[in-house]
Design a protein around this ligand. Structure first.
Ligand code: PEP
Ligand code: MG
Length: 325
């Protein structure tokens, strides 16, 4: 199977009926670029920038961040690189962050909340990103948004950073795209209000599942209840894809669901055309994409999306993944 997979490395990612699908890679830093190029991904769909901030005693400087972003952008050449602003606080809390011990960190000062509470720290990152933008095709997205207000505040910080750079005569690209991560149910439900402010959406299913089902994604005692195909989760994903697509705003999934070939047909049937995943999963998902005819999966996927019975969903998913379909 391994030999067969590597044989499609250069093959195009398109369905049997010829619909092109973007398969991108998730990375944690410049050290992962070799894997991205090795798997033939169409770009970086999620660079978890917080890894630059972990395992050290102080914040990385603007120049240090700039160098890391620039390296990734240059190495990916003309391909898009989607950098998520630091997503610290919940499960990733660095030593230098002195915000006390939260009783409930997953519901605490995390992601964009932390950045908006520490605007100086946030702006250092935004400046580094904007400065790096002249070296490639940069997209920037914000994690853990729960309202339009937070999105507006994050974009206002971008404007502020741009103004500073302009005053200093430092170059940056005007073509940078900005996106919102949808990983809290409230954001999925109000996603329509985000559309006119952004260039793209990316669904973080790892957290979306956690917050929709009230299941700690890292707690083994409830891992059997962590269900990516729970009907409530599917409805939130579907709603996001539908509204984004209708509004002309491209939607991707960058959580683990995107890298699971057993869910590829379901996501395609829901209208998803962009996937971002661990580089190790790209070829297996590509094989499934190439093995899927959109017209033939439509009836089963719409049945899956109409039922609220989990057993029926499992049964339909099995039928959907049949080799003969
Ligand atoms: C997600 O929540 O699905 C996601 C992509 O972000 P992370 O896994 O880093 O929280
Ligand atoms: Mg997340």
């Amino acid at each position: 199977a391994r030999r067969k997979l590597s044989s499609i490395r250069k093959a195009s990612a398109q369905t049997e009926d010829g619909t092109p699908i973007d398969l991108m890679a998730n990375i944690e830093g410049p050290q992962d670029i070799e894997d991205v190029r090795g798997c033939g991904a169409a770009g970086v769909g999620l660079f978890r920038s917080e890894f630059l901030f972990l395992g050290r005693d102080s914040l990385p400087s603007e120049d240090e961040q700039y160098e890391a972003y620039r390296t990734v952008l240059e190495q990916m050449k003309e391909l898009p690189v989607t950098i998520r602003t630091m997503d610290l606080g919940a499960d990733k809390s660095p030593r230098w962050l002195n915000h006390g011990v939260a009783e409930n960190p997953a519901l605490g000062l995390t992601g964009i909340r932390l950045c908006l509470a520490e605007p100086l720290m946030f702006r250092v990152q935004l400046r580094a990103l904007l400065r790096a933008s002249v070296h490639g095709k940069l997209r920037v997205m914000f994690p853990m948004l729960n309202s339009l207000q937070e999105l507006r505040q994050a974009l206002a910080q971008v404007d502020y950073a741009r103004e500073e750079l302009r005053d200093e005569g430092q170059p940056y690209a005007d073509s940078v795209e900005f996106g919102a991560m949808i990983e809290i149910p409230s954001a999925a439900l109000v996603v329509g209000s985000f559309l006119k402010h952004i260039d793209f959406l990316s669904i973080g299913t790892n957290d979306l599942i956690q917050y929709t089902l009230a299941i700690d994604r890292n707690d083994d005692s409830v891992s059997h209840l962590y269900d990516p195909v729970h009907p409530a989760v599917l409805q939130l994903i579907l709603h996001t894809i539908k509204l984004g697509t209708r509004g002309g705003v491209p939607v991707s999934v960058c959580g683990e669901m995107a890298g699971d070939p057993r869910l590829t047909r379901l996501l395609l049937g829901m209208g998803l055309r962009k996937f971002s995943m661990h580089p190790a999963n790209v070829l297996a998902v590509k094989q499934q994409v190439r093995n899927t005819h959109l017209d033939r999966i439509a009836p089963l996927t719409s049945r899956m999306l109409r039922t609220e019975d989990p057993d029926r969903i499992v049964d339909l998913l099995q039928q959907l993944n049949a080799d003969t379909l």
